[in-house]
Design a protein around this ligand. Structure first.
Ligand SMILES: [Zn+2]
Length: 171
């Protein structure tokens, strides 16, 4: 953990990216509280829930970072998992049901300096590193999240998922 998160005097790009993920997460929570649903795109958060559009760009991506890949409205180089894209929104709801709140909500692919190159923030608001295929790293993710302080408030769980989990526990 200490190797992955160095603490020099000036925040590293990774630290600043983690701070961006935190801000994005809080904005998503704000959107969900106000509308009852998750945004379709991260740009939907601006400006009502997110007042600084620069947060949509990872500091490590550089000026020629892969802007506008995952968001049709604004430059954004974060991979929002609940966007209406293949292997995103509908799959994530299914993974939330089957794998729980450790699933990533926003991912950053711009930190290629280690094996676990991807920085993620979970449905519960915890940050962790993983490989591109985080589903293979579940035990490692659990270890990282156990050590992390979980911020409040969290994203709400849809009631139909709570019912599904409740039923599973009673089988
Ligand atoms: Zn980043």
């Amino acid at each position: 953990m200490t190797n992955d998160f160095p603490t020099p005097d000036a925040p590293s790009p990774l630290d600043r990216c983690a701070a961006n993920l935190r801000v994005l997460y809080d904005a998503i929570v704000g959107h969900q509280r106000a509308t009852g649903r998750l945004p379709m795109w991260l740009s939907d958060l601006f400006p009502r829930y997110l007042d600084d559009a620069s947060v949509l760009s990872c500091p490590a991506a550089g000026k020629n970072g892969s802007a506008n890949i995952h968001d049709p409205k604004m430059p954004c180089n974060y991979d929002y998992q609940f966007a209406p894209l293949p292997l995103h929104r509908s799959l994530k709801w299914e993974q939330l049901r089957t794998m729980g709140t450790l699933i990533p909500v926003v991912r950053c692919w711009h930190h290629a300096e280690s094996e676990r190159a991807i920085l993620n923030i979970s449905y519960d608001g915890g940050t962790y590193r993983s490989s591109g295929t985080w589903e293979r790293d579940v035990e490692e993710i659990k270890r990282q999240l156990k050590d992390a302080s979980q911020p409040m408030p969290h994203l709400k769980i849809p009631v139909e998922l709570k019912i599904a989990w409740w039923l599973l526990e009673r089988v």
